[in-house]
Design a protein around this ligand. Structure first.
Ligand code: THU
Length: 139
């Protein structure tokens, strides 16, 4: 299913593979729900992240935010796309906190959601978080 522009098939495959690879590193002793994420920076570089849980549950870091932090630490300020993979049959949706953090780095970001089943969702971040909070003034 698709309502987002601009991600070619090769990019989709590459981002999905990167997210699937890093998913293996997820640290999820509490939920056993493993998530992998890969972001594509505007400069073409890719960065990955996995979820990192904690005995103090509320300190858990989601895969998407881990990937964003890795990108930002390398100097990235604009992200073109993010892929998120889980082991659910249907593609999972990013949590609200991750949507807001992603929105900081790409108004037109493509979001690729991949589960274990054949259905893949490709959509615009604007659809997941319409009218996000930013420091920019609205019209
Ligand atoms: N999780 C993510 O990594 N990304 C999301 O967008 C939603 C949830 C993680 C957090 C926690 O480790 C596990 O999934 C179960 O909530």
């Amino acid at each position: 299913m698709s309502d987002a522009a601009g991600l070619d098939e090769a990019t989709i495959q590459r981002l999905t593979a990167a997210a699937r690879a890093v998913q293996k590193q997820a640290y999820a002793p509490a939920s056993e729900f493993r998530v992998g994420a890969a972001v594509l920076a505007a400069d073409g570089r890719e960065f990955v992240g996995c979820n990192v849980e904690n005995a103090s549950y509320g300190l858990t870091i989601c895969a998407e935010r881990a990937a964003v932090c890795a990108a930002v630490a390398a100097g990235v300020r604009e992200i073109r796309a993010v892929a998120v993979v889980t082991d659910l049959d249907e593609p999972a949706r990013p949590c609200g906190a991750c949507r807001q953090v992603l929105a900081e780095f790409g108004k037109d970001m493509a979001v690729l959601l991949v589960g274990r089943g054949p259905a893949v969702r490709l959509l615009d971040l604007e659809r997941l978080l319409p009218d996000a909070f930013t420091f920019e003034r609205g019209s």
